[in-house]
Design a protein around this ligand. Structure first.
Ligand SMILES: Cc1cc2nc3c(=O)[nH]c(=O)nc-3n(C[C@H](O)[C@H](O)[C@H](O)COP(=O)(O)O)c2cc1C
Length: 443
């Protein structure tokens, strides 16, 4: 039966694959995170499959792991997102380009300019993944001794969002008559000076760029804590969730849509796309064997480093073959810590087993054939666990090719995924309205 709702699919490109063993998989491109030819090829293949967006994760420090772990993973390093996505904008025509940028370590004027530029350069395909930066080492790269406290980061993020969106609205769409005869380039009556003076930020404006093609680039978030969810419910248009199973996904979905109703937003104005690690085989057994081989390539030093990072707490001094001790509250990402503690307790895992999962990928995974994967994705969509997925490829190019060649046609056959893009912009792909200019409502 044809589905009325369709899936939205993003491609999660944290230094190519989140899996720390990915670069060692036979046939993988170990240097893909710094090889533009490969990255361009990935983006073009994703576009040929009609993916909604190429999503570039970003971190403002090498991952906070000991060198013994870092030295074993390609995920330590990546290109700066705007530089990469601007280049990819010229190599693609339709796929959305989502860059991660931090509200903790950047300035709203910089962020507003960069996204407005990317949106114009790409013909309306930009999205901003708003992060507050959980990695405490980032502070050390920006002149601070310590990280800003978790909820304070979200307070700043909320004001930051108001300033950036206010700056994007600096000019009405018709503000630039460029009247050659009269010698009038722009109409000052169609320009708004923000004059923002707030608890955290002072920004005069206006932005020195015309309003973005999409009005505002698409607002994306992945916060999962109470503060993160609230910010998302008030401001986000896409959420990258991290729920590891359908029951958790449904609870998250219902919570976010409920929070949206409370702040007067229509639930359809936000698409929830959980991250999903997808391994495709000709048979379920083959897919499981691929995953097992991939996971075997995670070195223990790397696994324990990933685990410590997620917990925000160093457990390497405890017996690796014993249970996870009590972990105190920390200033790191709350959701990742809780997910790992939950996994350890419910599956009765030792620290070593948990480390293996942390280094491979411990969240939602679809491991099977095109048919079983499409079945699971369909179930999530129908039961309101999600509006689509942010697909994590196990390794590249093979894992990406398998998804594009096998899963996409199966989804299309079922009417669950588009055959053609709906329009030229990322908002068109996601079915999101172009926001009205808050200072010039008629345009
Ligand atoms: C799919 C996904 C992608 C993420 N990408 C990034 C990223 O690129 N950079 C970053 O600093 N944080 C990233 N995060 C972390 C989130 O921004 C957020 O800090 C985290 O989910 C914890 O939520 P909390 O901050 O509300 O505790 C990502 C999270 C998820 C689930």
């Amino acid at each position: 039966m044809a589905q009325s709702r369709q899936l939205h699919l993003g491609a999660f490109m944290r230094p190519v694959s989140i899996h720390t063993g990915a670069w060692r998989y036979p046939g993988a491109y170990p240097d893909a995170n710094f090889n533009f030819t490969h990255l361009r090829h990935f983006a073009q293949r994703l576009e040929s499959a009609k993916f909604d967006a190429f999503f570039m994760a970003d971190h403002l420090a090498v991952l906070n792991m000991p060198i013994a772990a870092l030295k074993r993973s390609h995920t330590v390093t990546s290109f700066e997102p705007f530089t990469l996505l601007s280049a990819l904008a010229g190599a693609t025509e339709r796929i959305g380009l989502v860059a991660t940028a931090s509200t903790t370590f950047d300035e709203p004027y910089h962020i507003a300019r960069r996204f407005a530029s990317l949106d114009h350069i790409s013909g309306g395909r930009a999205g901003w993944n708003i992060v507050t930066t959980a990695n405490p080492d980032a502070a050390l790269n920006f002149g601070y001794d310590d990280q800003m406290e978790h909820d304070a980061r979200y307070v700043r993020a909320r004001e930051f969002y108001d300033v950036v969106t206010g700056l994007w609205d600096s000019f009405a769409d018709d503000a630039f008559p460029r009247d050659v005869e009269a010698g009038l380039y722009f109409d000052p009556a169609r320009m708004h000076v923000l004059n923002h003076k707030g608890p955290q930020l002072n920004v005069r404006g206006p932005l020195n760029i015309a309003r973005p093609i999409q009005g505002w680039p698409v607002i994306v978030q992945a916060g999962a804590s109470d503060a993160g969810r609230q910010l998302a419910a008030e401001t986000a248009e896409v959420i990258f969730g991290a729920e590891a199973n359908l029951a958790a996904g449904k609870a998250f979905y219902a919570d976010i849509k409920q929070r949206m109703r409370k702040v007067g937003r229509h639930p359809d104005a936000l698409k929830i796309l959980p991250a999903a690690f997808v391994v495709v085989g000709e048979t379920v057994a083959e897919a499981q064997a691929i995953r097992a081989r991939l996971d075997s390539l995670v070195h223990y030093d790397n696994g324990i480093g990933s685990l410590n990072g997620m917990l925000g707490y160093d457990v390497s001094g405890f017996d690796p073959d014993g249970p996870l001790p009590e972990i105190p509250e920390t200033n790191a990402s709350k959701s990742a810590r809780e997910r790992m503690i939950h996994l350890a307790r419910t599956e009765n895992l030792t620290i070593r087993q948990l480390a293996q999962k942390a280094g491979s990928y411990s969240g939602l995974a679809f491991v099977g054939t095109a048919k079983t994967i499409a079945d699971e994705m369909e179930q999530w969509l129908v039961e309101e666990g999600s509006d689509g997925f942010n697909v994590m490829f196990p390794w590249l190019p093979g894992g990406l090719d398998a998804f594009v060649d096998k899963v996409i046609p199966e989804l299309q056959r079922r009417g669950l995924f588009r055959n053609e893009y709906e329009g030229p912009t990322l908002r068109d792909h996601l079915g999101l309205a172009r926001p009205a200019n808050q200072f010039f409502p008629a345009g």
